[in-house]
Design a protein around this ligand. Structure first.
Ligand SMILES: C[S@@+](CC[C@H](N)C(=O)[O-])C[C@H]1O[C@@H](n2cnc3c(N)ncnc32)[C@H](O)[C@@H]1O
Length: 262
């Protein structure tokens, strides 16, 4: 297996773990469904839209968009367990005629050219090892005149060495890029960037919430009221501490980028 596949598998496994659900809830990005709603509004989603949610995680955003904007949504994710659970959630909510999920790789999307009116990707592009390939795929599956909404971690100044390993990569930190770099990936994929919005406060809130929940989980594990085998709380707390310092310093932030396919 190539090191790129290892990164993708490690990322999928992390976001299918009990720890991710405990620390992050159902929505694995800063701002939760409030920022997803903002993305949907920026893209002008409606009952006529067919939307692709790339790296759909638990399916929370796809199901939310279908309910909020009446659109059809297809989710794609590398993790088979999350895809299975997302399809079950769509059925349980009576949305399975308009929302479905399948396994796939953002760098090689299993869809024909121009098959979607809109594409969203929340808090995942930063983890893709081949970002130009992913941006090219986003543009390929989008119809002409369609819109893309990316929300992702952004990097300001350099990050400490401790935030450069595999865990920091799949935690959306190590390979976060400056906003201008994301913009360049999109422009190189012949997309036109319409708007950039900063939402750094949403990241600050999420990191603070993760730190609190980590402490709670550690206590529960110590009291044997929760089982989280293999979780290194010391390393996790240190990473969360460094991440908070980076957000406070402005070295890490969060942004939405809205682009269009001419
Ligand atoms: C931080 S979670 C975000 C999930 C979801 N977008 C959300 O905001 O709740 C990152 C997701 O990216 C997925 N992922 C990572 N690499 C991928 C790839 N190459 N193709 C598709 N999905 C991928 C992971 O499986 C995980 O579900």
């Amino acid at each position: 297996m190539s090191s790129r596949d290892t990164v993708k598998q490690c990322c999928a496994r992390l976001y299918e773990s009990d720890l991710a659900r405990i620390l992050l809830g159902d929505s694995f990005h800063p701002g939760g469904t409030k920022l997803t709603e903002r993305l949907g509004a920026l893209l002008g989603l409606s009952a006529q839209s067919r939307v692709l949610d790339i790296a759909s995680g638990t399916g929370t955003s796809a199901l939310f968009l279908a309910e909020r904007f009446d659109c059809e949504v297809v989710g794609v994710d590398y993790g088979s367990h999350n895809v299975e659970q997302s399809n079950a959630a769509a059925t349980a909510r009576g949305l399975n005629k308009r929302v479905s999920f399948r396994i796939g790789d953002a760098e090689r999307l299993p869809f024909p050219d121009a098959s979607f009116d809109a594409v969203i990707c929340e808090c995942a592009f930063c983890t893709f090892p081949d970002k130009p390939a992913a941006a090219g795929e986003f543009a390929r599956v989008l119809r002409s005149g369609g819109a893309i909404g990316l929300s992702d971690l952004t990097r300001g100044s350099a990050l400490p060495e401790e935030l450069s390993g595999l865990l920091a990569w799949v935690a959306c930190i190590a390979d976060a890029q400056p906003v201008d770099t994301y913009v360049r990936y999109f422009c190189n994929a012949t997309l036109r960037v319409e708007r950039v919005e900063r939402h750094d406060e949403a990241l600050l809130e999420m990191v603070n919430q993760v730190r609190t929940k980590l402490l709670g989980a550690e206590i529960m594990v110590g009291l044997k009221k929760l089982e989280l085998p293999g979780v290194d709380f010391t390393a996790a707390k240190e990473m969360a501490r460094l991440a908070l310092a980076a957000v406070q310093k402005g070295s890490l932030g969060y942004a939405i980028i809205h682009a269009a396919k001419p």
